[in-house]
Design a protein around this ligand. Structure first.
Ligand code: TXA
Ligand code: MG
Length: 312
């Protein structure tokens, strides 16, 4: 067993493993990340191998504080406004890379840009600062599968491919960070998350939402058919068929599980991936029907993940 409760001792051990080029899975406020020292090419290569991830898909580089960013990227005024408002927090910002950056090229898939994020959460922050290195960290699941929001999900998905799994309990937000591209004149949301377009545009003016077709090459992780359970998903379901699992939202008759009986979108986001995992059981069901979720706030991110899960 390589899962251990996150304590000062296990976090220090995690930092040692990372500096030696190993892989450590750790909790963030969004989902569990599979971390490696972003400056060591072999360590980053291990992430791709462990996940079975295509090497053209770049990784988010996690930082211990916003002050680290200028070592790796060229922050602009918009970056500083957003980082002051939302970091540490669930917002990844795509910037131009600095010349002579120590980040391994594989981490950024050879792009001239880099996605950076300072995660919230005591364990992630303590690990980053103990390691003192930028950590490349995709979600800690096999490529294409649903992201992990509990340490158990990581162990099920990656097992011995990880040197250490730090268990910090369930993730509070439950969907991956908002990814915002700041390398264009008008900022573009490449992936919706808990930080909404309204919150962003209040600070930096208009933001565009990426259409899949136009931006798929820019954010390759946004390919459709991602985050997919093995059973087919049926969205906006009002009723349930025999042998279907029914994932409810708000008051829902006949729900097998309910994302949030009180229609709370944050509660729904936190439950989403764990509930999809537990309903993804071909012995009991032949499909998963999902009740409609409002397309507002973090509901936009929930529907984005559901549409991807449904399009296999
Ligand atoms: O919440 C999160 O962001 C989690 C936790 C662990 O921090 N991480 C995560 O990483 O979701 P991952 O690798 O599963 O997703 C990263 C996304 C992908 O869609 C990838 O294509 C995009 O970010 N991305 C990374 N670098 C990029 C870049 N330079 N330009 C455009 N998109 C980028
Ligand atoms: Mg992922």
């Amino acid at each position: 067993m390589n899962t251990h409760p996150a304590t000062p001792d296990t976090i220090a051990e995690g930092a040692r493993i990372l500096k030696a080029g190993g892989l450590v899975a750790f909790p963030t406020e969004t989902v569990y990340g599979l971390g490696a020292d972003a400056t060591q090419p072999e360590a980053v290569a291990r992430i791709f191998e462990a996940k079975g991830r295509p090497s053209f898909n770049p990784l988010i580089v996690h930082l211990g504080s916003a002050d680290w960013v200028s070592d790796f990227a060229e922050p602009d005024a918009r970056f500083h406004k957003l980082a002051r408002a939302f970091w540490p927090g669930p917002l990844s910002l795509v910037l131009n890379q600095r010349r002579g950056t120590p980040i391994a090229q594989l981490a950024t898939a050879g792009l001239e840009t880099i996605a950076v994020r300072c995660p919230e959460g005591a364990v992630a922050n303590a690990l980053l600062n103990a390691a003192g290195r930028p950590l490349a960290a995709p979600s800690a699941n096999r490529s294409g599968a649903v992201s992990p929001t509990h340490a158990d999900h990581v162990a099920e998905s990656l097992g011995d491919r990880v040197d250490l799994i730090l268990d910090g309990g369930p993730c509070s937000i439950g969907v991956e960070s908002t990814v915002l591209d700041l390398t264009t004149r008008e900022a573009v949301i490449l992936r919706p998350g808990a930080i909404t377009p309204e919150q962003i545009s209040t600070l930096i003016g208009p933001v565009a939402a990426a259409t899949n077709a136009a931006h798929a090459p820019k954010s390759p992780g946004q390919m459709l058919s991602h985050y997919a359970p093995s059973l087919p998903l049926r969205l906006n379901a009002k009723t349930v068929a025999p042998r279907e699992a029914f994932l409810g939202f708000g008051p829902t008759d006949g729900a097998t599980l309910n994302l949030s009986e009180s229609s709370n979108l944050f509660e729904a986001a936190a439950n989403l991936f764990a509930m999809l995992r537990s309903l993804d059981n071909p012995d009991r069901f032949n499909a998963i029907a999902v009740a409609p979720v409002p397309e507002t706030g973090v509901g936009i991110a929930i529907n984005d993940r559901l549409r991807r899960a449904a399009s296999q």
